[in-house]
Design a protein around this ligand. Structure first.
Ligand SMILES: [Zn+2]
Length: 460
């Protein structure tokens, strides 16, 4: 067993990384696994890239009034400060952008004379809940724009095939009152309009109240455009949510998307860990990085994703930075099911929120749920038998994986990863400032330090 020293550049600093060769006799013959085994589409989630133009329709019932101006809403979505648009740019690392096609003035709904039994101009129609009524809103909305504005649909038919599809134009409805949103399937999902041979294709329509912030709008668009599912507590309370580390859980918060979604959407290329050692992670606000850790003997449907969340100055305003450990089980590949909750959850450093504390449709936290080397209680070695967090697969079986040490939180973090076959004892190859490593003490100097302050000690 030998050691190899390698110099790597991290955030412009030279850092010494020690890589431990796994012992040869224990090594199992397995097929080479690469990022493409994990980035492939799943449950209807495919890579999304490029620039999409978006039509924002402000439309109210005759018997309601708006209180937020067109300019405010426009700025919230497309503005240069923090906006839905700058958020998408950041979480996709520039790969996916939205830009303004048009923001209508506040339009007022009109009654459709061809349906004498329904008055489509009144709140009783506009805000009626339930699947059939919500699904019918897409047609009502598109027709309102067609009848009341001079919006030129054909201009957005890029390939001139007579359709305007979601690839060519995104559509969002904003209504008076409320700060929440939802995205619903549209029925019918093809609506005929002036100037287009066939019409507007709108499989799903996102809508938000006029007080919805740019984060909620982003959350709804992630449903509509990126086909992602909610990751907050469900009605059964069996699912704990993933906490405030994905906007699909905390829908109104300025936080990034989870790394699983970024990876599937083609915004992040993960690195697959194939041997034991220290690994560095830059924070995801600046860098598209994540590590995939799995057991080749088990296949590629069960895996962990590790990422460094560091609350910087931009769109990832977290209460606690640190190493986030996501757990994935890709065995629920049905786009029409609640596959998100079945596929994605997390290993919580201080344990999952207890069931009794969970509230439907909310995104709970539970203390510090990330791992970092400088905080007692969240710096313990994560193994298949540790507590409260443990590295078992979703079905409860051991992962044969351990995370022995973490650096303190920061824009660059390090973690010691032990992939199968798992060591039986911690890898005591380091000492930090001449003190032996313990599982509950800082184990690494600040990653920004120019001097590693590490000395190799003889192994036992
Ligand atoms: Zn949602």
């Amino acid at each position: 067993m030998g050691h190899q020293f390698r110099k790597v550049f991290i955030a412009g600093l030279t850092t010494l990384v020690l890589i431990l060769h796994p012992s040869a006799p224990l090594q199992k013959e397995t097929q080479a696994v690469g990022p493409s085994d994990f980035t492939k589409p799943y449950a209807g989630v495919y890579p999304v890239s490029g620039n999409r133009r978006m039509l924002v329709i402000l439309l109210r019932a005759q018997d309601s009034t708006e209180s937020v101006s067109r300019e405010t809403i426009r700025n919230r979505i497309f503005g240069p400060a923090q906006s839905t648009s700058t958020y998408f740019n950041e979480i996709s690392y520039g790969r996916f952008n939205i830009s303004e096609a048009f923001v209508t003035d506040w339009l007022v709904a009109q009654d459709d004379p061809s349906t004498p039994n329904v008055n489509e101009s009144l709140k009783s129609f506009v805000h009626k809940g339930g699947a059939p009524y919500e699904q019918a809103k897409a047609k009502w909305l598109i027709q309102a724009v067609d009848n009341q504005t001079s919006f030129n649909w054909s201009y957005f038919d890029n390939n001139k095939d007579g359709w305007v599809t979601p690839r060519e134009l995104l559509i969002l409805w904003v209504y008076p009152g409320g700060d929440s949103g939802r995205s619903r399937k549209a029925d019918p999902n093809v609506i005929q309009v002036d100037g287009l041979k066939y019409g507007v294709k709108i499989p799903e329509l996102a809508r938000v109240g006029e007080n919805a912030n740019w984060r909620t709008i982003a959350h709804e668009l992630l449903h509509q455009v990126c086909k992602l599912k909610d990751l907050y507590v469900d009605g059964s309370l069996n699912y704990a949510g993933v906490g405030p580390y994905s906007i699909m859980c905390a829908s109104g918060a300025a936080i990034h998307l989870d790394p699983w979604a970024k990876m599937k959407l083609g915004w992040l290329q993960p690195r697959v860990v194939t041997r034991d050692g220290w690994y560095s992670l830059n924070d995801v606000e600046r860098t598209p990085q994540a590590l995939i850790v799995h057991d080749p003997a088990r296949g590629t449907k069960d895996y962990f994703i590790l990422e460094n969340r560091w609350p910087g100055t931009s769109h990832d305003s977290l209460a606690h930075g640190g190493l986030v450990v996501w757990r994935i089980e890709e065995k629920h590949d049905n786009p029409n099911s609640d596959w998100g909750r079945e596929t994605i959850d997390r290993i919580w450093a201080q344990g999952e929120p207890p069931k009794a504390s969970r509230v439907r449709d909310t995104c709970p936290g539970n203390g510090i749920s990330v791992f970092k080397g400088n905080i007692p209680g969240v710096s313990y070695a994560l193994t298949p038998t540790s507590s409260p967090g443990k590295l078992v697969w979703r079905d409860g079986t051991s992962s044969n994986i351990a995370l022995w040490f973490y650096s303190e939180q920061g824009p660059v973090m390090r973690v010691y990863i032990d992939v199968p076959p798992r060591r039986s004892t911690p890898p005591l190859y380091y000492e930090f400032k001449k003190k032996p490593l313990t599982l509950e003490k800082p184990v690494w100097p600040s990653p920004r330090s120019t001097k590693p302050d590490i000395k190799r000690v003889p192994k036992n």
